[in-house]
Ligand binder design. Structure first.
Ligand SMILES: Cc1cc2nc3c(=O)[nH]c(=O)nc-3n(C[C@H](O)[C@H](O)[C@H](O)COP(=O)(O)O)c2cc1C
Length: 186
């Protein structure tokens, strides 16, 4: 029997009604047996300031995220795209996390997905996020990719995914992510 896997889902949006949080909630409904997904939003993490770090250390909210990443078998990040790049809140959370000794993204398996109102569904921010995670030596699944474009036409107001084609894309993505996580050498 294969090992049970617990995933951490990080939503890069702080917004209530976020399409990216809804994307993670949808993934949660599609998980294979033996896999769980806890969803967090790095909402309470202050802006990184090296002086604050020197004086008071890494804030508890960032340390809490560090702890959750450490215990997760793998991480799924759902990122919006702000001005063709990673939203500041998400980048800030990653920057704080990177400051701990033995930062938890090192050799962590990560999957990236994203939803946006635009026509290319966060492709640009996902590639910037890959670059940042490369700095942290995370293992990011190369393919398949999930770019949910025109998200306002694919989710109902309550966050339910209404677009069947996108659901199928997520199912396929999850199958690949499942085997990516289980690969040797993790
Ligand atoms: C500051 C800002 C910049 C944005 N820039 C982009 C962009 O570059 N590309 C895009 O597709 N959507 C852009 N959007 C629209 C977002 O895709 C949209 O707000 C989306 O709903 C954000 O994700 P969320 O629903 O998870 O919060 C931008 C939104 C904001 C607030």
């Amino acid at each position: 029997m294969s090992e049970d896997l617990n995933l951490l889902g990080i939503s890069g949006s702080l917004r209530r009604g976020s399409y990216n949080t809804s994307l993670l909630e949808t993934i949660k409904t599609l998980l294979p047996p033996g896999m769980t997904l806890e969803i967090v939003t790095p909402i309470a993490i202050p802006i990184y300031n090296g002086d604050d770090e020197d004086q008071t250390g890494i804030p508890p909210s960032a340390l809490e995220l560090v702890g959750r990443i450490r215990v997760a078998h793998a991480v799924v990040i759902a990122t919006p795209e702000y001005n063709f790049s990673i939203p500041g809140g998400l980048k800030n959370a990653i920057d704080w996390v990177s400051r701990v000794k033995q930062q938890p993204f090192r050799h962590k398996r990560v999957g990236i997905v994203g939803a946006s109102g635009g026509p290319i569904g966060t492709a640009r921010s996902q590639y910037h996020l890959r670059q940042t995670l490369q700095a942290l030596e995370a293992y990011v699944m190369p393919r398949p990719e999930v770019f949910v474009s025109n998200a306002q036409t694919k989710f109902a107001d309550d966050g339910t995914l209404t677009n069947e084609a996108t659901r199928k894309v997520l199912e396929t993505w999850l199958k690949h992510f499942d085997s990516f996580i289980r690969q040797e050498g993790k």
